[in-house]
Design a protein around this ligand. Structure first.
Ligand SMILES: [Zn+2]
Length: 378
């Protein structure tokens, strides 16, 4: 078979142009910023990261730049995107520096893309690989997933400063581990039979990353000064992004992320982090595989995963995700979103419908069978 090499043409989407990582990476990385922009807009969101963002702002001034501060109110939603874009335009900003968690990084990259400006990412947690990728997820201001947007390129510069990331709550690293684990479970299902060598290698990289997270995850969570922490935090924030970059969109999602996207449509999911919901989504995905094909491998993988997620104090049940009070209208919305035509689950070798989802939500783990969830067929 002759490969169509024209389809592999987006090398600028594989990785940021420059990645500076390590303790004190900001000190080294900031010297590259004047080569990229002179008047950057520095955006962030939470009050807990304000001190770090203020340091970035002061440091940028001290190296002769003319930075401006911008604060997101919600996340990567149109309300914030249009307001911050206008701010950047009004002040003739020539670059966007996003400093924060996944939604802040996604917003920064997307604003830069829309304004045709270079973007720089400074992740302040290892909860997602958003600092790396040429992709942004757009949500409503209330946190409901709307769509993802493919960008022209990865950021110009990614600065992964361990000292900054270690300040983040422990929960964000656990959430990042679940999100990074999803790379293997989703890529192996959606792209395991791809004939594209780069995709095959990305899938294998996702397997190696999963193994590393299984080995080092617990220690990383409990000892931020350990080598395990470095391997895990960088695995979640950097390697996971590289896997998406090499493997492309087909390699990224199967059912776990569409299930996450569906669950964000309801209010009760708002207290959970992205990776926390994705981890639950992997459990459901494995159960769907088990249901659909009778796969004992999927059954075993699910058992192994549930045990690991529990050790990380991550939700594995409907109750622990805070969904026990879900109404019939809400669960209908979730099922509709997951099964909609534009959902990635449509491309899977599993024929997922609402009945199968109900079965999976109820029986994916023993604890769920006591929960009250509504079976909605239409
Ligand atoms: Zn994710």
């Amino acid at each position: 078979m002759i490969m169509d090499f024209k389809k592999i043409s987006t090398y600028n989407k594989i990785s940021p142009e420059k990645v500076i990582r390590g303790a004190n990476a900001w000190e080294e990385g900031k010297q590259y910023i004047p080569q990229i922009c002179k008047s950057p807009l520095v955006i962030g969101r939470s009050n807990s990261t304000e001190e770090i963002r203020e340091k970035l702002y002061i440091d940028l001034k001290s190296i002769g730049l003319n930075p401006l501060r911008g604060k997101l109110l919600y996340g990567c939603c149109e309300e914030d995107l249009s307001r911050i874009s206008k701010l950047a335009n009004d002040h003739n900003c020539d670059g966007i520096i996003a400093s924060g968690g996944g939604k802040v990084l996604d917003a920064g990259k997307l604003i830069a893309y829309r304004l045709d400006l270079p973007s720089i990412t400074v992740p302040l947690s290892a909860a997602t690989c958003a600092g790396w990728t040429a992709l942004s997820n757009i949500y409503s201001k209330n946190g409901a997933f709307i769509k993802d947007q493919s960008l022209k390129s990865c950021p110009k510069l990614l600065i992964f400063d361990h000292d900054f990331v270690k300040e983040a709550p422990k929960r964000t690293l656990a959430s990042g581990i679940a999100d990074a684990l999803a790379k293997w479970y989703e890529a192996s299902l959606s792209s395991g039979s791809s004939d594209d060598g780069l995709v095959q290698q990305a899938v294998q990289m996702a397997r190696v990353l999963r193994d590393q997270l299984f080995i080092d995850g617990i220690k990383a969570l409990n000892e931020t000064s350990s080598d395990s922490w470095v391997r895990v935090a960088e695995g979640c924030a950097l390697t996971a992004g590289l896997i998406g970059g090499i493997g492309g969109s087909k390699c990224r999602t199967a059912a776990a992320h569409p299930i996450h996207n569906g669950l964000t449509q309801i209010k009760s999911s708002k207290l959970s982090l992205h990776g926390e919901i994705v981890g639950f989504g992997i459990i459901i995905q494995l159960y769907l595989e088990e249901l659909y094909s009778g796969s004992q491998l999927a059954k075993h993988a699910k058992k192994q995963l549930i045990k690991f997620l529990k050790e990380l104090n991550l939700p594995t049940t409907i109750n622990s995700l805070g969904l026990e009070g879900i109404t019939s209208d809400e669960i209908k919305e979730v099922y509709d979103f997951i099964c909609s035509n534009h959902s990635d689950v449509k491309e899977l070798p599993l024929n997922i419908d609402k009945d199968l989802l109900y079965e999976a939500f109820m029986n994916s783990s023993e604890e769920n069978s006591n929960c009250k969830l509504f079976n909605i067929k239409n």
